[in-house]
Design a protein around this ligand. Structure first.
Ligand code: MD3
Ligand code: FE
Length: 224
């Protein structure tokens, strides 16, 4: 049933400057803001490069012993990590033993404005997980439930090469819908959509003027 429902357009929150056709409601609590971060993309990517100079992108190991094809780093109060012992948030970067780089002002500002635009005020993320996809990299279906604040939304920002996002239901067996996310697209996942299974199909080969041969995804979370 869920997967046959069509995306619809919703009325913007008061004060919205976003045209109606650029706001697509996928489900209750899940809103795509097409191009919301497009004009800010170069600045955001400059901050990503600075973060990665201190906390480099790395391919984490899953608890089952596989190397993730997506490379990851973090900024903010803590960072999401995976290794043979499991998934968790860590205050210190295991590579350096030092705190993760602080969350840049531009990141906080964008995440809060996007949540507001989706009608969810008061979003106060403390973690930003940064994913880097090169052609072939993928993320298999999963739920994000390592955060203590499951009532808070997750805000995701896509930069660089487009990706096919897989968006399932509350059970792993629910067949996912496919949605292309392009550079500058922002998605807010809150309410009942917060715990849906989701993933990313293998990234197609390509070249983007801002990132070259890769896609960067920022996910803002309230983990504590
Ligand atoms: C829906 N990242 O980092 S962003 C992740 O494109 C992750 O890198 C993907 O899934 C990426 O965990 C997808 C969109 C997204 C992120 C988190 C969600 C959708 C979500 C959490 C709950 C529901
Ligand atoms: Fe996720």
């Amino acid at each position: 049933m869920r997967r046959t429902r069509r995306a619809s357009h919703t009325a913007p929150a008061t004060g919205s400057l976003l045209p109606m056709e650029d706001r697509v409601q996928l489900a209750e609590g899940a809103v795509v803001l097409r191009g919301f971060a497009a004009d800010r993309a170069p600045g955001l990517l400059a901050r990503v490069r600075e973060i990665a100079a201190t906390a480099p992108f790395r391919h984490l190991e899953t608890p089952g012993g596989y190397r993730m094809s997506v490379a990851m780093t973090n900024c903010g109060r803590a960072g999401w990590v995976s290794d043979r012992r499991g998934y968790r948030y860590e205050m210190l970067d295991p590579l350096s033993g030092r705190p993760w780089p602080p969350m840049p002002e531009e990141f906080m500002d964008l995440a809060a404005r996007a949540a507001n635009e989706a009608g969810l005020g008061g979003f106060d993320p403390d973690v930003c997980l940064i994913n880097r996809y090169e052609p072939g990299a993928r993320l298999s279906l999963h739920q994000d439930r390592d955060e203590r604040q499951l009532g808070a939304p997750i805000v995701s920002v896509s930069l660089g090469l487009p990706a096919t996002f897989l968006w399932g239901g509350l059970r792993r067996s629910d067949r996912p819908r496919r949605i292309v996310l392009s550079s500058g697209d922002v998605v807010v996942w809150g309410g009942p959509s917060r715990l849906v299974y989701h993933g990313v199909a293998p990234l197609a080969e390509g070249m983007h003027e801002l990132t070259g041969r890769c896609r960067i995804n920022l996910t803002f979370r309230q983990a504590f």
